[in-house]
Design a binder for this molecule. Structure first.
Ligand SMILES: NC(=O)C1=CN([C@@H]2O[C@H](COP(=O)(O)OP(=O)(O)OC[C@H]3O[C@@H](n4cnc5c(N)ncnc54)[C@H](OP(=O)(O)O)[C@@H]3O)[C@@H](O)[C@H]2O)C=CC1
Ligand SMILES: O=C1CO[C@H](CO)[C@@H](O)[C@@H]1O
Length: 322
């Protein structure tokens, strides 16, 4: 069984440094995730990153239930994250949204619940509200501070062990901390060799917040990819380092994040790749290779949610450095 180290959170709980991403990019592939979760549990994965918007919490819930029933794991061995989608950021919708997630996952509590994005869209059950196919998204002006207060309430009620944020920038975190009673344990952000988040990691670390790195392989199957987009996954320089260690590019990219100290959540639905990915704890990159990988940073963000760029709580405006 693979041994995955834990990272200590600011509330003295821990998060496994490695987990499985469950966002299935291409539509129609939702069912694959059930098999992937079951394979992953057999391999030794204990940390699963879910979200309402991924549309597969029910399938993941079934897979987890099956593995608990088989006696392979107990609920308390698992670390399950989910995220509040932006149509439920209004404070009175947070608890019902979390309860619906728990129902789909067939769980009594989450280990971690995250605000998925700091901006909100029109409240209601439509995840992507717009007036027509060509119209832009209908946004709302819910303040993430008010959402956070409701997140604190659901933690107090025991519906989740910890709460955190995702896609928040440094200014938003500072503002949140001025109003928060509970400090977020995690900021889940895009992080890979083209966007290594050095400044945000330091900033969050000084405030007791750990980063979880999403799209650590550069999300090579993301639906909005265009031909010619830069690809960290296919970078020749990473391939060269991989050859030097007798590893794959994926292993080098994942080991890089692990050595930066984040929790990392690559997605795979392939049993061999699930095994390969979690074995990044059995080798180490030399300091000179870490330094070289640092030089590849080029602010290469791929998950930028451009639709929301004019929203006052959009996190990636050019006027905010990190
Ligand atoms: N908070 C947020 O806003 C966001 C969170 N996330 C979370 O982060 C997770 C990971 O990010 P994601 O965007 O999915 O992308 P990743 O960077 O994890 O890349 C996943 C892709 O890489 C392929 N892959 C995985 N392992 C290997 C390997 N060893 N060799 C070759 N190819 C490999 C997978 O294909 P295959 O399945 O065929 O192996 C899949 O197509 C998501 O699933 C989600 O849980 C992601 C985006 C935004
Ligand atoms: O986690 C994510 C992946 O999918 C979503 C869209 O469908 C993204 O917006 C999001 O941040």
């Amino acid at each position: 069984m693979v041994h995955v180290p834990n990272i200590k959170l600011n509330n003295n709980l821990t998060i496994p440094a490695f987990g499985l991403g469950t966002w299935q990019g291409p539509p129609g592939k939702e069912a694959e995730v059930g098999l992937a979760v079951k394979d992953a549990i057999d391999i030794g994965y204990r940390h699963f990153d879910c979200a309402h918007v991924y549309g597969n919490e029910d399938i993941i819930g079934e897979a987890i239930k099956e593995k608990i029933k088989e006696g392979v794991v107990k609920r308390e061995d698992l670390f399950i994250t989910s995220k509040l989608w932006v149509n439920y950021n209004r404070p009175d919708l947070v608890e019902p949204a979390l309860r619906a997630t728990l129902k789909r996952l067939q769980l009594d509590y989450l280990d971690l619940y995250l605000i998925h994005w700091p901006f909100a869209v029109k409240a209601g059950d439509n995840l992507f509200p717009s007036n027509s196919k060509t119209d832009p998204t209908i946004f709302s002006n819910v303040d993430y501070i008010d959402t956070w207060k409701a997140m604190e309430d659901v933690q107090r009620k025991g519906l989740t062990k910890s709460i955190g944020i995702s896609n928040f920038n440094s200014k938003q975190i500072d503002r949140l901390l001025k109003h928060a009673t509970i400090v977020p344990v995690i900021n889940q952000v895009e992080c890979h060799a083209y966007l290594n988040q050095k400044k945000l990691r330091k900033f969050c670390g000084e405030r007791g917040i750990i980063l979880t790195a999403y799209s650590p392989l550069g999300s090579p199957a993301r639906p909005w990819q265009k031909p010619g987009d830069p690809s960290v996954f296919n970078d020749d320089k990473i391939r060269e380092i991989a050859q030097k260690y007798g590893k794959t590019s994926a292993e080098i990219l994942l080991r890089y994040i692990v050595q930066l100290g984040d929790s990392v959540i690559p997605k795979s639905s392939n049993k061999e790749r699930l095994k390969q990915n979690i074995e990044v704890f059995n080798f180490e990159l030399l300091p000179e290779d870490m330094e070289f990988l640092d030089t590849l940073d080029c602010n290469g963000r791929i998950c930028s949610f451009d639709n929301a760029k004019d929203h006052p709580h959009y996190p990636f405006s050019p006027d905010v450095e990190f």
